[in-house]
Design a protein around this ligand. Structure first.
Ligand code: 2P0
Length: 326
């Protein structure tokens, strides 16, 4: 009863920010993302004769369980109808809880590994719905390439699943450069932050009103490989989400001075004809969207602005491996 899974992080091009149902994790709006080759979590799960559940993430015992990782293990155990305790070891190859979607890759890998170890054989769609209940964005780390998490309409969440819009081979020239502005853990978690935004931001309704158009533009842009449409839609969408964060009471400002410096530089470079776009999540990191042909020049210019960058292409979905961590 042991299995290991690897799942990549994903970066939203149309963001998820706000839940209509917190227990089942059902979002107010659909979101679109790219699975990031190179930002991954590997997780081994074993159900056995242990006295209690134990979880180690990056060599540290799980302390603050904000995502209720143990609850997610229990959810999977119930579905499988087993009662053995779990040993879970998980390793990410990038900074955790700093706005690089570590929970997405972590919960996606845990969902696949734990369900397999528990003897379940779920379809890809079922896996996305189960991962969603661990962490919303994890639903988008199950399937490969560019994907959509459909918000669904039903109260029971059975139509709120993720699926691939375009496989990774559709647009191999697409790049995302994650600029690590700060490795400090963020002050406001995305779970608490989005709940507070829904409750208090006067702009939240305005955000929701514009999402359907963003989703349509993004789908079309990806389908046609129209980089200008994808980049400009993603950048505007990220700015709208941050406008709702900034106008939350109390205000949530995820940007650091280094974040702004990169944003301004990208705007300047575009004026000069070097096309790239920025997007930011619940943290100070800037993710730059560009095409392979411009990567070298952008990296050269970035070397004066930020010490650490990670370049990702469209990546694989979650997969099982025999290479166990214990
Ligand atoms: C996203 N984020 O679409 C957005 C953009 C952060 C900003 O999904 O409460 O960790 O576990 O469902 O998935 C982060 O939220 O939140 C997130 P929960 P999650 O990528």
């Amino acid at each position: 009863m042991k299995a290991t899974a690897v799942a990549n992080a994903n970066i939203a091009l149309v963001k998820y920010w706000g839940k209509r149902n917190k227990e089942l994790i059902l979002p107010f709006n659909s979101s679109i993302s790219m699975v990031c080759d190179g930002l991954h979590t590997k997780t081994t799960v074993e159900f056995g004769d242990y006295d209690e559940d134990s979880i180690k993430i990056n060599n540290e015992e799980l302390q603050k369980d904000e995502k209720d990782v143990l609850g997610h293990v229990e959810r999977i155990r119930k579905i499988a109808g087993i009662n053995k305790k779990a040993k879970v070891i998980s390793e990410a190859n990038f900074p955790v809880a700093a706005g690089l979607a570590s929970s997405a890759s972590g919960l996606a890998a845990l969902t696949l590994a734990a369900s397999k170890a528990a003897g379940l054989d779920l379809s890809e769609r079922e896996l996305t719905m189960l991962a969603r209940q661990g962490s919303g964005s994890a639903s988008r780390s199950i399937s490969e390439g560019f994907g959509i998490w459909n918000k669904g309409e039903k109260e029971d969440g059975t139509d709120s699943f993720a699926e691939t819009i375009a496989p990774k081979a559709h647009w191999p020239e697409f790049r995302m450069i994650a600029c690590i502005v700060s490795e400090a853990k963020k002050a406001t978690s995305s779970r608490a932050g989005m709940s507070q935004t829904v409750k208090t931001s006067p702009y939240y309704e305005g955000w929701l009103k514009t999402i359907d158009q963003d989703i349509e533009n993004m789908k079309e842009g990806i389908k046609k490989k129209d980089f200008t449409l994808v980049g400009s839609t993603a950048e505007a969408n990220a700015l709208k989400m941050h406008a709702t964060m900034i106008t939350t009471d109390p205000s949530i400002i995820y940007w650091a001075p280094g974040t702004m410096e990169i944003m301004h530089s990208i705007l300047q470079w575009r004026e000069e004809g070097l096309e790239s776009y920025f997007t930011m999540d619940a943290g100070p990191q800037v993710k730059i969207l560009c095409l392979e042909k411009d990567l070298e020049e952008i990296q050269k210019r970035l070397s004066n602005l930020v010490k650490k960058t990670i370049v990702c292409k469209p990546g694989d979905g979650a997969r099982l491996t025999e290479d166990h961590l214990f």
